[in-house]
Design a protein around this ligand. Structure first.
Ligand SMILES: [Fe+2]
Ligand SMILES: [Fe+2]
Length: 201
């Protein structure tokens, strides 16, 4: 039977769609904001959330794509992630007052919209028809755990091929990212998983 999103059990499909909706919500808030400080905070949160989401997908979901659907789907998704990381890295090096910032952010959101549409309308639909409901719950737990240890800033030089390379990269860069987040968001390292804040770094 096709897995359903209707029950309240953990479900990686629901988690992923919730994250996607949050990215567009942050962008809407950015467009509606009139303050540079608030805009910058929203952009930093988007950088953090999109980086973490993408890397957790690469660690937990995309290997499952390979297992159930072959490597072509995964390779296509990874190549789109590489594009997103490249743009995100440029945005991470800018501020909201940098020349061309709005255009760069618009390019990111267009690429993200394209990727999310493919992910939700094609990849996740096919995947949902191939896995058991209990597997979706188990994967949801792994997805949330992965989010706690992956890097929080884009690293476009990181290998875009699965999976060992990513894990090594994550081990090397995640602690440094969390320290940089702590400075950016004006909080101690103990709180560095939380993205929102005000300080520049
Ligand atoms: Fe996604
Ligand atoms: Fe993705």
């Amino acid at each position: 039977m096709q897995p359903s999103l209707a029950d309240n059990k953990p479900n990686i499909l629901a988690d992923i769609k919730r994250d996607h909706a949050q990215f567009f919500s942050l962008y809407r808030q950015y467009q509606e904001s009139n303050g540079d400080e608030e805009k910058q905070t929203l952009v930093w949160q988007l950088i953090h959330d999109l980086t973490v989401h993408s890397l957790a997908e690469e660690e937990v979901l995309y290997p499952e794509f390979t297992k159930h659907m072959g490597s072509r789907c995964r390779d296509h998704a990874l190549s789109e992630h590489k594009t997103l990381k490249d743009i995100l890295s440029d945005i991470d090096a800018m501020t909201v007052t940098s020349p061309g910032f709005n255009d760069k952010l618009k390019i990111l959101m267009m690429a993200l919209e394209h990727h999310i549409k493919e992910e939700e309308d094609q990849m996740l639909v096919e995947f949902a028809g191939l896995v058991q409901r209990e597997d979706l719950a188990h994967l949801a737990e792994k997805f949330q755990k992965s989010k706690l240890h992956v890097p929080t800033r884009p690293h476009p030089w990181a290998p875009d091929k699965p999976m060992t390379g990513n894990i090594i990269t994550n081990t090397l860069t995640a602690p440094l990212d969390k320290l940089r987040d702590a400075v950016r968001h004006g909080m101690g390292p103990a709180h560095s998983n939380a993205p929102a804040g005000h300080n520049q770094s």
